[in-house]
Design a protein around this ligand. Sequence first.
Ligand SMILES: Nc1ncnc2c1ncn2[C@@H]1O[C@H](COP(=O)(O)OP(=O)(O)OP(=O)(O)O)[C@@H](O)[C@H]1O
Ligand SMILES: [Mg+2]
Length: 445
Amino acid sequence: MEKEKYPILVVDDEESIRRLLQKELAGPGREIFIAANAAEALDMIRTHRFDVVIMDLRLPDSTDLNLLIQVRDSSPYTEVVMITGQGDINSAVDAMKLGACDFIPKPFNLDQLELVVEKAHQRARLSRENELLRHSAGSRQGATNFIGNSQAVRNIKFLIDKVAPAKVPVLITGASGVGKDVVAHAIHNQSSRAGNPLVIKNCASLQKELARSELFGHIKGSFTGASDSREGLMYYAHESSLFLDEIGDLPLEVQASLLRVLETQTYRRIGEKEERKVDIRFIFATNRNLAEAVELGQFNEAFYHRINVFNIDIPSLRERKEDLPLLVDYFLTTLSPDQSPYRMVQKAMDCVLSYHWPGNIRELRNVIERSIILAENGIITERCLPREMVITAEKSEVSITMESVEKEHIMKILNFFDGNRCKAADALGISRKTLYRKMNQYKAG
Ligand SMILES: Nc1ncnc2c1ncn2[C@@H]1O[C@H](COP(=O)(O)OP(=O)(O)OP(=O)(O)O)[C@@H](O)[C@H]1O
Ligand SMILES: [Mg+2]
């Protein structure tokens, strides 16, 4: 893979200086851009993200350090280095106050120049990475395997394998705790974008007024309270994947703006005219029925169709109980505090199997975690399980009625005699008439 190049912008009205810097700063990991004045520089800043901008303190078309202010506003992570002449010391101090990180006095000492630029680059990279980390908190969860061997889980794994390398948006649906986050991480981790961190946002936590700004970013002064320019999630998810969880909770007005990004692969920060191109793989998740939300007018119909191109629906745990033994084993191993082996006795396993798991796999995980604490000698009995689970299991045994036992026995005998009612009645020790009545009652035969 080609090593990432970090872009540097040099702004100076003197051609000799531009040429000198271009030559001296050139290196394998760098790409040098040149602007002869503030106007040209501003044009470039709108379309590129520079790690470092090196600018002359005195530019004919930029008074009062105007360009510096605009660069700082356009991207908070760009480090600005000022080129200063003799007698510029006061202005240089002003520049530092306005956010310039360093300065290089003319005439240049080339070693010093290199040192200052490298330091500025390190700082820019660090603050960008810190921001990314903040947005991708929890993405390490991606290491989780998607455990299960039911037909449903095999089908989900097949869909993940197929869709991961593509760029189409994916909509993951399913009740709370079924593993939507796990699937979202798996898709990202199996894609060519896996080298960049997955950016995650839970739309339920987006404040309505700020949702648009969080997604797209804004420039200083674009609305009340916008005291600084900010980048949005689009910026951080560029060349990676953006996982928008609880998409059903995204305010309606913002859905239309997001639809535009999906369609045009461009976005605009609030208050900015210029469009920026982005390359983002979108992953959405929800436990709401979006089709129904569309019917109710609570969800944008066009947006719904656009995000529902590829749907992965995860069934509830009670619909795939055959996954339970594997999942129990998995959690007994991974949650074991000292890697010692834990074992669940059959009676406890029966309770696990007959419970209806309203909280799905999250609930199972919690139950196993708790049972490990209560286990004695590594053995998990039904006493280590929450009481309501044991009661449910007992209930399901107690709820077997005489009627159902009788029906099952009659069916078995009828089958044994290939449906011959005379022989069946004899074997059951009842009259043929009674057998007919019971068959009618149970709708058997
Ligand atoms: N198939 C699986 N194999 C292993 N662990 C799983 C699996 N599915 C879910 N989990 C675990 O169960 C817990 C809940 O899963 P997850 O957070 O993905 O659910 P969710 O569907 O996103 O829930 P919510 O709707 O509440 O956000 C997590 O700890 C996750 O690691
Ligand atoms: Mg989730």
